[in-house]
Write a protein that binds this ligand. Structure first.
Ligand code: ZN
Ligand code: ZN
Length: 414
């Protein structure tokens, strides 16, 4: 057993003996208690020793029989065996940290709680809590892996009634930024809207609206290293399917469910993604569930490049003047016609922080906008039949057709 559990310069058992001296042990009657269950009645008195040690100290003064234990019926003598069972169940999953939890028979819990009230005990510890700690310590000794309360890689839940262990494999999280170099790919896997993913004539049996996605391209290469039962990509906002994502890329967190391996050749995975010709990523770095929350609370400004065609020629000076006007007031945007079938029809207000003309020949212009998160840029240009006000089309009095849209910058969030 590890030395860190011991405190050699104290006599903590004296505190336990003092607490035990005030108990009327005759109330126990014929009931026997093992050392651990006897000691656990004073489990929160003092610290630095096991309940078994507490129990032996109490028994020197109290007339309590040892077996068969009325509370645990022998469970506390099976910790070594349970720990070996847990270690065997954890072994197939690569991990650095683990946590042991348990299910204890409710009748056992009821028995120990009845003792607490009958004997008037102030600082007992529950059996379940002892099982978690004692089995956890032994697993740590057997495997050399670290226990973790906050974010264990694996959680073993021991059902003490059946000596059965369930392993919950927590996801692997990686963060980076992606660039989408081609149009026509959604950010995440998009299930077929007719069959909802089962496969039908419309989707050619794939169950998907698009053959691939940024998520699938990145996840496939990571899962070649990690294995796993599934994946999710959490992006800081998303671009339209027909828009590229260029510049410094978009922050995202990739979640791999039930990974077999966690120590991966991330550089190799990145190189394979970048060889796809469709998606590029920066270095993939370890992340946590907190990073998912951070990218999902997206408030970052975005910069866009838009190629627009005017239905009739527009003078450059007028174009520049009306672009500048768009920076002067919040844009009121009713939910666009193209998405209103799946989102609530509301009005949002977003500021356009910069609106620049990069080039124009009078009929086709290349524009650049920087806007607050959540602005609808296509609608800002063409007006969406008056649902976005003001719009460039509205200001110019000319029909504007968006030929191309790219996201060229996502600001670093605060
Ligand atoms: Zn016991
Ligand atoms: Zn389908």
């Amino acid at each position: 057993m590890s030395l860190k559990w011991e405190r050699p310069f104290r006599r903590p058992v004296d505190e336990v003996r003092a607490a035990a001296a005030s108990v009327d042990w005759s109330k126990l009657g014929e009931r026997a208690l093992c050392d651990a269950c006897l000691g656990r009645l004073f489990g929160m008195v003092g610290h630095g020793h096991t309940n078994e040690e507490r129990g032996r100290a109490v028994r020197e003064r109290a007339p309590v029989a040892t077996s068969p234990c009325w509370v645990c019926e022998g469970l506390t003598s099976r910790y070594d065996a349970l720990a070996r069972l847990v270690a065997k169940k954890l072994e197939p999953w690569e991990h650095d940290t683990f946590l042991v939890g348990s299910k204890v028979d409710p009748e056992v819990q009821a028995r120990e709680e009845s003792l607490w009230s009958e004997l008037g005990l102030a600082q007992p510890e529950a059996l379940k809590s002892e099982v978690n700690r004692e089995v956890g310590k032994r697993v740590c000794d057997l495997t050399g892996k670290e226990p973790s309360l906050e974010s264990p890689d694996l959680v073993a839940v021991v059902d003490t009634s059946f000596d059965h262990v369930d392993v919950q494999v927590n996801p692997l999280f990686l963060r980076s930024r992606y660039r989408k170099l081609v149009r026509g790919i959604p950010q995440t896997r998009w299930p077929c809207n007719r069959c909802r993913g089962k496969g039908c004539a419309k989707c050619g049996g794939t169950g998907k609206m698009y053959p691939t996605s940024v998520e699938e391209i990145v996840a496939a290469e990571v899962m070649r290293e990690s294995g796993g039962s599934g994946h999710a990509l959490h992006g800081m906002g998303r671009e339209d399917v027909d828009a590229r994502m260029l510049g410094n890329g978009r922050p995202f967190v990739l979640e791999i469910k039930e990974p077999r391996k966690r120590h991966l050749d991330l550089a190799a995975a990145r190189d394979r993604v970048n060889a796809s010709g469709q998606v590029e990523v920066d270095a993939l770095r370890p992340a946590t569930r907190k990073d998912v929350v951070a990218v999902k609370s997206d408030r970052a400004d975005k910069t866009y490049r838009v190629l627009v065609r005017f239905a009739s020629p527009v003078d450059e000076a007028k174009l520049k003047k009306e672009m500048a006007m768009l920076e002067t007031q919040p844009i009121a945007q009713r939910t666009p016609t193209r998405v209103v079938h799946r989102r609530a029809d509301t009005t949002r207000y977003r500021a356009v922080k910069r609106a620049e003309v990069l080039s124009t020949d009078g009929t086709v212009a290349e524009l650049r906008f920087t806007a607050e998160a959540g602005a609808y840029i296509k609608e800002l240009v063409h007006g969406d039949a008056g649902r976005t006000k003001p719009s460039l089309a509205d200001r110019l009095g000319v029909v504007c057709e968006v030929l191309e849209l790219d996201v060229v910058g996502v600001a670093d969030p605060g």
